[in-house]
Write a protein that binds this ligand. Structure first.
Ligand code: ADP
Ligand code: MG
Length: 240
């Protein structure tokens, strides 16, 4: 579904990603871990072309994406993204947030977009919140709206960048629950999270980033119980 070859990304003289090779299969759930500043967000943002890589190739759904030539809106239809801070439009209702991109980017008919949005709200447990504004919702509810909004574009891959890090502890579970359900339905997902219990339960593979490299990857049971790299051991000691 996603093939990354020799991806590199620098900010000025700081090289954040160094020749990353990574293949993600259809329906695979990959959790990305690593210390703050290790480049996890940058990697996700390169996958969604919010950042332009300095080198390497990204192939999504058999299409080589070159930010000069390919229509980035088309790519972003394939790749949904959920951010730590929700990024909902504050002046739009929940329903309006969800139908915006399907109508204006995908040119869907409004009635169709609304029907789909209502189904998605049902799916994330917020059917009764369609006409609320983001500020009237809890963080967990906002994040579930953000997930519904990303799903409304019918993406083939979902990227999550610390989706529960900004939430009060008691609201984390409801968001992880929605993500678990998505994984169960076979959505291909790349998730940056420090929720190791979730990773253990849901991930097919955990990838540890450090110093711009993938230093270790493995099935979560193996990686958590028997980390090979000293950096991974230290990181896990801090978060587990
Ligand atoms: P992580 O998500 O793992 O915490 P990031 O991908 O956000 O790490 O950042 C990796 C490194 O790149 C950090 O040193 C960060 O300061 C730097 N960085 C990220 N975005 C930018 C940017 N837009 N301009 C300059 N430096 C950046
Ligand atoms: Mg980050």
């Amino acid at each position: 579904m996603i093939e990354i070859r020799q991806l590199s990304k620098s900010f000025g003289s700081l090289q954040v990603l160094k020749n990353i090779d990574l293949t993600i299969k259809q329906q695979e759930v990959v959790v990305l871990i690593g210390s703050s500043g290790s480049g996890k967000s940058t990697l996700l943002r390169c996958l969604n072309f919010l950042e332009t890589a300095n080198g390497g190739e990204i192939i999504i759904d058999s299409e080589l994406i070159n930010s000069d030539k390919t229509n980035l809106n088309k790519v972003r239809e394939k790749v949904g993204m959920v951010f730590q801070h929700f990024n909902l439009f504050p002046h739009k209702t929940v329903l309006e947030n969800i139908i915006e991109a399907p109508i204006y980017v995908k040119r869907e008919k409004k009635e169709h977009a609304i029907l789909k949005a209502q189904k998605l709200l049902q799916k994330v447990g917020l059917r009764d919140k369609a006409n609320f504004y983001p500020e009237q919702l809890s963080g967990g509810q906002k994040q579930r709206v953000a997930i519904a909004r990303a799903l409304a574009m019918e993406p083939q891959v979902m990227l999550f960048d610390e989706p529960t890090s900004a939430l009060d502890p008691e609201l984390v579970g409801e968001v992880l629950q929605v993500m678990k359900e998505l994984a169960r339905e076979g959505m291909t997902m790349v998730i940056v999270t420090h929720e190791m219990g979730f990773a253990k339960e849901v991930a097919d593979r955990v990838i540890m980033l450090a110093d711009g490299y993938i230093i270790e990857e493995n099935h979560p049971n193996e990686l958590f119980s028997n980390p090979q790299h000293e950096r991974t051991q230290r990181f896990l000691n801090q978060v587990l």
